[in-house]
Design a protein around this ligand. Structure first.
Ligand SMILES: *[C@@H]1O[C@H](CO)[C@@H](O)[C@H](O)[C@H]1NC(C)=O
Ligand SMILES: CC(=O)N[C@H]1CO[C@H](CO)[C@@H](O)[C@@H]1O
Length: 582
């Protein structure tokens, strides 16, 4: 009987490892993606702005926290009107960030440590100082139709006026009159960011060449920026209908329904083209270059993009409007469930808590929630993206109007800039307790460092005796290496106003219960309905804020029929077999 059983196990183990091989996950499914905003990560030359050498000097940080893929926001030459999203050369590095050789070094050093590098691809527009635009203004071929030009219409007094009512994402006009060319050009963002004309095959080819340039160098993937705005209808006489949203002024983007300028079906062709350009290049591990696209859309719309050759459409459900202050256990489960249930079969889920355009999660939930949020992000099924600073629970910084840098904020003036300015979520990463948190030797960094840097910083959190956000992050990243977290099932367990909990398991692996209190009151719950008869577990990780009975700590065994969690507390529990219990 015993022999028979072990024989069966032996056969199964051969068989099962075969299954595992066949379902081998790609690197972008198993790694955490870590977003770096280069201006704010680490300054190596004392000018107050982060740079590539700074990032290189901190590669060990990624190793330490267990991140295997980094994504860099733009570092290309740029007049910096939109801090790098206004590009004047897509295949070079801005001197403020370093040189192409610095980038090559970064790539080599990352690859040595098995860290993938993803770069930002900004296809929608260029800077108005890009040589293509300057040539287009002069009407020179082949650049004449590289941008979206129109004569406009004749106004009452014979002057040319703009052809329609479209609005910029940043607020106000999208049509800018150009004296030299005697035409209007279209800009979905700033007037210094003219939109490229994707109805021109030469533009498509040039942008494919940009992808080829970086792929050839060895870049592992691209993150495509602002995809929604890529195409506009050709007939510019069409006005967009009013959204009728209450209280939205005429100037604001949300005043209109963007049926002619947003999410046009032509985007599909563009994505397919980029995928083909990337597929021209082989990789060492045989995994095609990775493509993730950015846009804020319904799950149905974003998932449609999967069929076009992009690997992941960023899922911003947790970001925008996302996990607001009042979102409890059930509310978060519902958001998470949208991703799982809307995803086509065989597609891979992903989750994001923040980025350089939206409020930090600690701003919405309070600093005390940092650990609970990271526990959620890193234990869900799917690829997590971490915005720099989230690993130490960084908080936003108040920036007075006078010091505001972000054009989106400035566009709305002193009264409303705080609603739109992205400066508060873009402040320097806090490395240590030195002056300017070790980010720079300059007296004044480009944005202020948070006052709390003496305690909230990487160095202090590494050595802290009390569990710090950084330590928990590292621990959870290690836990993610476990098959149950990488590709195991996720089954919801207790869900109520406070608690969101789920079981992660895969065949033959330990089984885990993750439970987090996202509510405002204590919650004592019985989990045994979801644990297949198991009634005892062992704590593997906790959020560190265990100041009250029963003082949960690591390795503590807990009965699963009465787990008490206070707000912002969370546990990862390995379910024990009954046998062990005897
Ligand atoms: C971008 O910069 C590189 C290196 O300086 C240069 O060779 C290339 O012509 C530039 N591209 C454009 C479009 O100006
Ligand atoms: C998330 C993201 O990258 N958003 C960018 C979209 O494009 C505009 C204009 O280039 C940028 O300002 C945003 O930062």
């Amino acid at each position: 009987m015993r022999v028979g059983l072990s024989l069966l196990l032996l056969i199964c183990s051969v068989f099962c490892s075969e299954i595992t091989d066949k379902t081998k996950l790609k690197w972008w499914q198993t790694s955490i993606i870590y977003q770096i905003y280069p201006r704010s990560f680490k300054d190596s030359d004392g000018d107050g702005v982060g740079d590539l050498k700074g990032i290189i000097s901190k590669i060990d940080h990624f190793v330490y926290i267990g991140v295997k893929a980094i994504w860099l926001s733009p570092f290309y030459p740029s007049p910096m009107k939109d801090f790098g999203y206004d590009i004047s050369n897509h295949t070079d590095v801005d001197p403020i960030f370093g040189t192409l050789d610095d980038f090559r070094t970064l790539l080599t050093e990352c690859h040595k440590r098995d860290i993938k590098v993803i770069i930002d691809f900004v296809p929608n527009h260029t800077s108005d100082l890009h040589p293509w635009f300057l040539a287009s203004v002069r009407g020179e071929e082949p650049y004449k139709d590289f941008y979206v030009w129109t004569d406009g219409i004749e106004g009452p007094d014979g002057t040319r006026i703009k052809p329609n009512n479209w609005l910029s994402v940043f607020g106000g006009e999208v049509w800018k009159w150009n004296e030299q060319r005697q035409q209007f050009y279209y800009h979905a963002f700033l007037e210094e960011q003219p939109d490229l004309n994707y109805r021109n095959p030469k533009v498509i080819e040039e942008m494919n060449n940009v992808i080829r340039f970086w792929s050839e160098m060895g870049v592992d993937g691209i993150r495509v920026d602002a995809i929604t705005n890529l195409y506009e209808v050709e007939d510019v006489s069409l006005n967009e209908p009013l959204s009728e949203k209450p209280g939205v002024p005429e100037f604001q983007y949300e005043y209109l329904n963007h049926i002619y300028t947003s999410n046009l079906p032509e985007i599909e062709g563009a994505i397919r083209g980029w995928r083909n350009a990337m597929n021209e290049f082989k990789t060492e591990d045989g995994v095609p270059r990775f493509m993730v696209v950015e846009f804020y859309e319904t799950p149905e719309k974003r998932n449609a993009y999967l069929g076009y050759g992009c690997d992941l459409p960023f899922n911003f459900d947790l970001v925008d409007p996302g996990i607001t202050a009042d979102c409890g256990g059930r509310c978060i489960r519902d958001m998470v469930d949208i991703e799982y249930s809307a995803l086509p079969k065989h597609s891979w889920p992903n989750f994001v808590l923040g980025n350089h355009d939206r409020k930090r999660i600690t701003k919405k939930r309070g600093a005390g929630a940092a650990n609970a949020m990271n526990m959620l992000l890193l234990t869900l099924r799917g690829t997590p993206t971490t915005y720099y600073g989230e690993e130490i629970g960084m908080e936003e910084v108040y920036v007075p109007f006078e010091d505001t840098k972000d054009p989106w904020g400035l566009n709305y003036g002193k009264e409303r800039y705080t609603e739109f300015s992205r400066d508060p979520c873009r402040t320097p990463l806090q490395w240590n307790g030195d002056s300017q948190s070790g980010f720079t030797t300059a007296e004044k960094p480009w944005l202020p460092v948070h006052d709390n840097y003496r305690t909230v910083n990487v160095e202090t959190q590494k050595t802290s005796k009390e569990l710090s956000p950084l330590q928990l992050y590292k621990q959870l990243a290690e836990l993610r290496e476990n098959t149950a977290f990488q590709k195991g099932d996720l089954k919801y367990a207790v869900v109520n106003d406070n608690i969101f909990s789920y079981i992660r398991n895969s065949v033959g692996d330990p089984r885990y219960l993750v439970t987090i209190n996202f509510g405002k009151t204590n919650s004592k719950d019985d989990y045994t309905d979801y644990t297949d008869g198991r009634f005892l577990g062992r704590i593997i990780a906790h959020t560190g804020n265990m100041k009250n009975e029963p003082f949960y700590k690591e390795d503590m065994e807990v009965p699963l029929n009465g787990i008490l969690l206070q707000p912002d507390q969370g546990l990862v529990i390995e379910l024990l077999n009954k046998r062990q219990e005897l």
